[in-house]
Design a binder for this molecule. Structure first.
Ligand code: HEM
Length: 464
């Protein structure tokens, strides 16, 4: 009975709130975007989670057009599915929107991490992070990333079944650690890996303080990670060497008033970068392997491109160079097409900081705003025959704001060059030295929360 009364109460409150918003909006002479708010409180959450989210978004777009409203997990949202709208929210009018993440997730990564921030602090941090991952900075990483690629790929050989996604996660973790710390003591690396894995497992679990739960374990692992990072920073301070990696940039930064970043701010950003770098790159690589495996002709063409480099390097006895990586034309197109097809970050979230007018509609203050990257990447008017894996479409540069695998504007991905570099290097070693077979019936997508091939793409690898 009490439960029933509670549901009625929620229903009543939701109706009142929606009515107040509508009245306020109509008094201003504007209207809310079309769409359905679903059931009180739960909104359309069940519809979203009971089907493929892409089908949910695509059917909404078909019905209402490029801008529509809905309600997910009790939050009123406006979804935007056009390049112009994505640009409006993320770039030209970015100051009208702020990043928004659940507090429980912020706690695990660290509230001072780049992607939760805006304004001056964001600009300052962004310069540092972007600086550490610019082409000039990452070109010196080629030999180390290559060593990581060789050691990873060697470990899969032998014909046993490998969970491709999990292996890619190990590789992308190692590369992130290299880019952040340079050569880190193996003991610290092991400790960071062990504790980060616990955070990774708890990240999408129910947030509770109850001992023994995944979330609680993740919170404790996060505390341990902070301690390890403080120890690493202390050692660097004692050595008095100014390193040029991300940790060095963060430790040595001073703003115009001479203020340095606190250990806590640095730790939040280090963990933030690992978080942003690992699953995204791993998911992209797993899809890339799947698409290449499914198109033998394309695989042969990629092999030919890579074998030419392999031979130029005296059968791989000389290391890859930065210039060779920059000239892998076909492989680069395959990566772009993978990022379009798989749309790893299918959408992002912002929150309107004020009532915002867009194309005659109002987005009320406090509503969530979601630019839908995947809908843009799969729009047949922008990418003809969008379900076909066709790297040659990237022979011509995509129209502005239509290809957004790394986002757009002030929060766009500062690690995009590193992500592409590590993919190119791993593909080079994979196709020149190995053949692989994907286990039967591995179609379908799993959301982890990024889209990943079914079961992580179980596959067998053999050295050729
Ligand atoms: C294929 C791999 C990757 C994809 C698809 C990807 C995608 C994205 C996207 C779409 C955003 C913007 C999110 C938003 O606007 O809300 C973003 C932000 C970010 N990415 Fe990546 N990313 C990848 C790899 C990496 C790597 C390797 C790093 C670091 C080494 C990295 C670091 C970051 C950071 C720090 C942000 C936050 C930027 C900010 O808020 O200013 N990412 N990424």
């Amino acid at each position: 009975m009490l439960g029933y009364l509670f549901v009625c109460f929620l229903f009543f409150i939701s109706l009142v709130l929606l009515h107040i918003t509508k009245k306020r909006i109509s008094q201003q002479g504007s209207k809310l975007p079309p769409g359905s708010m679903g059931w009180p409180y739960v909104g359309e959450t069940l519809q979203l989670y009971s089907q493929d989210p892409n089908v949910f978004f695509a059917s909404k777009q078909k019905r209402y057009g490029e801008i529509f409203k809905t309600n997910i997990l009790g939050c009123p949202c406006v979804m935007l599915a056009s390049p112009a709208a994505a640009r409006f929210v993320l770039s030209t009018q970015a100051h009208l929107f702020k990043p928004t993440y659940p507090k429980s997730k912020e706690k695990l990564i660290g509230p001072s991490a780049l992607f939760y921030q805006q304004g001056e602090y964001h600009t300052r941090l962004r310069k540092l992070v972007q600086g550490a991952f610019m082409p000039e900075a990452i070109r010196k990483l080629v030999p180390d990333v290559e060593a990581a690629a060789i050691s990873s790929s060697e470990s899969w050989a032998g014909g046993h079944i490998v969970n491709t996604y999990n292996e890619m996660k190990k590789f992308s973790f190692d590369v992130a650690i290299l880019a952040i710390f340079g050569h880190l003591d193996n003991c610290y690396k092991g400790e960071l890996k062990k504790n980060y894995c616990i955070i990774d497992k708890g990240y999408n679990s129910f947030p509770t303080r109850l001992p023994g739960t995944r979330y609680r374990k993740a919170v404790l692992a996060r505390e341990r990670l902070s301690q390890i990072l403080v120890e690493i920073m202390c050692q660097r301070k004692e050595r008095k060497v100014v390193e040029k990696d991300l940790l060095g940039s963060l430790m040595n930064s001073q703003d115009e008033k001479g203020r340095i970043l606190t250990d806590e701010q640095i730790a939040d950003n280090i963990i933030g970068v690992v978080f942003a770098a690992q699953d995204t790159t791993a998911s992209a690589l797993a899809w890339l392997f799947k698409y290449l495996h499914e198109d033998k002709k394309l695989l042969e063409a990629v092999k030919a491109e890579q074998k030419a480099i392999f031979q130029a390097n005296n059968q791989g006895s000389r290391p890859l160079t930065w210039a060779q990586c920059r000239n892998m034309t076909l492989t680069k197109r395959v990566i772009s097409e993978t990022l379009r097809m798989a749309s790893i970050i299918s959408f992002t979230f912002r929150e309107a900081v004020t009532d915002v007018e867009y194309k005659g509609y109002v987005i009320p203050k406090g509503w969530k705003v979601m630019p839908l990257f995947r809908n843009i990447h799969h729009n047949p008017e922008l990418f003809p025959d969008p379900q076909k894996f066709n790297p040659s479409r990237f022979k011509v540069a995509p129209k502005p704001n239509t290809f957004l695998p790394f986002g757009n504007g002030v929060h766009s991905c500062p690690g995009n060059e590193l992500a592409k570099l590590e993919m190119l290097i791993l593909v080079h070693h994979l196709v020149t030295k190995f053949r692989w077979e994907v286990e039967r019936s591995q179609n379908g997508v799993q959301y982890c929360p990024f889209p990943v091939p079914h079961n992580g793409l179980p596959a067998r690898f053999w050295k050729e």
